[in-house]
Design a protein around this ligand. Sequence first.
Ligand SMILES: C[S@@+](CC[C@H](N)C(=O)[O-])C[C@H]1O[C@@H](n2cnc3c(N)ncnc32)[C@H](O)[C@@H]1O
Length: 286
Amino acid sequence: MRILQDFELSFQHELATVYDKEEIKSIFLLVIEELLNIKRIAYQLKKDDLVAESDAICFQNILRDLKKNRPIQYILNKADFYGEFFEVNESVLIPRQETEELVDLIIKTHATSTNLKVIDIGTGSGCIPIILSKHLKQAQVTSVDISKEAIETAKKNAQRLGEAIHFINADILEWDYVFSDQRYDIIVSNPPYITPNEKQYMQQNVLAYEPELALFIEESAPLIFYDVISSFALKHLAPHGDLYFEINQYLGPETKDLISKKGFEQVQLIKDINGANRIIHAKKKS
Ligand SMILES: C[S@@+](CC[C@H](N)C(=O)[O-])C[C@H]1O[C@@H](n2cnc3c(N)ncnc32)[C@H](O)[C@@H]1O
């Protein structure tokens, strides 16, 4: 029988060409928490414990998938977002830290408001609408996605986390046929924004496993979702309502310009923690 630390050594040895040492350690700690319910702070005390044969097989299976570059969140079907666990699978994007920054900005900006009507466009795992519903007081949250599988996953997450979200399975590019006279106080979206040209700079595990539908837009129309969603916002945002976007960091000024030209005011381009242009916040005129 092997002890726990033997598996850490196998992870370090076999994944050395895929991840750096620190990443491997943090993946290993996630795995033991999930598999053996050993918290990361307890690992040092438990590293000489014997590992049961059935758990050893699970370690080997996880290692095999990790070597194929499969993201640990898809292997464990779990991702952490804003302090909550979300079920994820290969039909939804793994929630990103940049998106936590977007959600945090919205929560802090509207901390004193109540009964806000919010719509999120591009649900994915449901990370944005569920966290907003949890933190904005008595908000009524709607969320739209073109992917049936994403809506199903987000519904499960909403149910597990106890948030009542109104999900709509629809193509936002056809919004005129879907919405009638609804008005929202906040419209938020993290739409697909990567051009095929950028694929060459992307990590292999993102390209191989994350859903294309969530990531890519056509090279010829990189701002299509910003254009369409801001038109939707002109009609469906309440006067002085707020529009929030996560954006392609390489298209910050262009995206800001598009939204200003649509007629929004106080259009702000906001950088993320790494100094990249990442968020747009704008207000609708009266
Ligand atoms: C970048 S992902 C964002 C997912 C999630 N909000 C997050 O931040 O992790 C974009 C999402 O938009 C959805 N989507 C793509 N095209 C769409 C369309 N035409 N109408 C509605 N949703 C769309 C994708 O299925 C995907 O879930």
